[in-house]
Design a protein around this ligand. Sequence first.
Ligand SMILES: [Zn+2]
Length: 117
Amino acid sequence: MIVFLYIFVSLALVFWVGFPLLNTGTGATRIDELTQERTRSLLDSLSDLYASHDADKMETSDFANIENRILLELAKIYRDQGVDPQASASKKDTCPTCHTPIKSNFQFCPSCGAVAA
Ligand SMILES: [Zn+2]
């Protein structure tokens, strides 16, 4: 009888310890709809920014300022969500060389020019 009690207690312990771990594994990395929307628009602004910069339509200091602001905003979102951007982003979403967020239809990284995976 005591054996069953042991099994029951250890199973309960496994669930008690395991469930919160499982929950943070799936829950924390799931970015809610609104945040996803925000992330997407930030990434869009970032590639628009790179496009205007490449077209020489921008002062370099303006470019750096805006780029910094967008990247900080993105970093904050990732941090708030408990997401490691390099682990969670699929290969297509970031440059394999400099990890700049890039659109999946880009063939080259707008930041360093590396071939996008
Ligand atoms: Zn790059």
